[in-house]
Write a protein that binds this ligand. Structure first.
Ligand SMILES: O=P(O)(O)OC[C@H]1O[C@H](O[C@H]2O[C@H](CO)[C@@H](O)[C@H](O)[C@H]2O)[C@H](O)[C@@H](O)[C@@H]1O
Length: 252
């Protein structure tokens, strides 16, 4: 089926059908709730979007499912949302699930090798997040060359990671780590949601879209030919108006 624009009439009808108080409204963070920036530390939410998300979480369930660490995500969101899952869904609130010590050991060992391996490489940054780790190369003078060198070093790591690409990043996860797709299904169970709407922009979000669940409306940010999402938004700048529409559909 061709991907459909969420803001055309049929897309809006689909959105209305999925927007109920028992829906889990789930969002990726970078590139979805917030625009992509050169430096990961510059990322912020628009104030109108924050207000709409807060309202949506009062009348339905909101979950943020991000590749960032929870600590980092909570600082960016600056909102007391029902559920924020970090590290691509491997990191839950500690009172719900303790940190995964096995994953922390694995990524700790990778971190040491990677920091040593790339200490002299300008523009390559290792973002250590706990259960997973991200290597950034957006700032490298030759990003493609840097990516090739990173691939080589990553190929030698033991145990071998699951590697997920992204926007000038390589995300490294323990092979047995949960995917965003599994985390979304678990979040629905945890919050008692019968259906979900999930919005994401990056390769890691395909783990949700490719599940093709009948009770899931998948929305990709950008009309990319490679996404398995059924719907799309033209750009991240439409997010505030989308969340405001969700609130309106719920009578809020
Ligand atoms: O799952 P997400 O919330 O989309 O997180 C994916 C990665 O996002 C961050 O990196 C991306 O955003 C940065 C800031 O806009 C940008 O500089 C970088 O090039 C992007 O790839 C974050 O730093 C990573 O930890 C996340 O895995």
């Amino acid at each position: 089926m061709p991907i459909r624009y969420l803001f055309d009439q049929q897309g809006l009808d689909d959105l209305a059908r999925f927007s109920t108080p028992r829906t889990l409204f789930a969002f990726d963070l970078d590139g979805t709730l917030a625009p992509i920036k050169v430096h990961a530390s510059e990322v912020k939410l628009a104030p109108e979007l924050s207000a709409a998300l807060e309202r949506l979480d009062q009348i339905a369930s909101v979950c943020v499912l991000t590749g960032r660490s929870r600590k980092d995500a909570l600082a960016i969101l600056n909102l007391d949302l029902r559920l924020v899952l970090g590290n691509h869904g491997c990191e839950w609130p500690p009172e719900v699930r303790p940190r995964n010590q096995r994953y922390l050991e694995i990524t700790g060992a990778w971190r040491e090798l990677l920091e040593r391996g790339f200490a002299q490489e300008s523009g390559v940054e290792i973002e250590y997040k706990g259960e997973t780790l991200t290597i950034h190369y957006r700032g490298a003078p030759d990003p493609e060359g840097a990516r090739v060198r990173i691939e080589k070093v990553v190929g030698e790591l033991i145990p071998a990671p699951r590697v997920i690409g992204g926007k000038f990043v390589m995300n490294l996860l323990p092979r047995e780590a949960e995917t965003k797709g599994i985390a979304l299904v678990e979040a629905m169970e945890f919050l008692g949601a019968g259906q979900a709407i999930y919005l994401g922009d990056d390769v890691t979000d395909e783990d949700v879209f490719t599940m093709s669940l009948p009770n899931l409306l998948g929305v990709h940010i950008g009309q990319e030919p490679w996404t398995a999402a059924s719907h799309y938004l033209e750009s991240q700048s439409e997010m505030t108006s989308l969340v405001q529409t969700m609130v309106r559909l719920l009578g809020g």
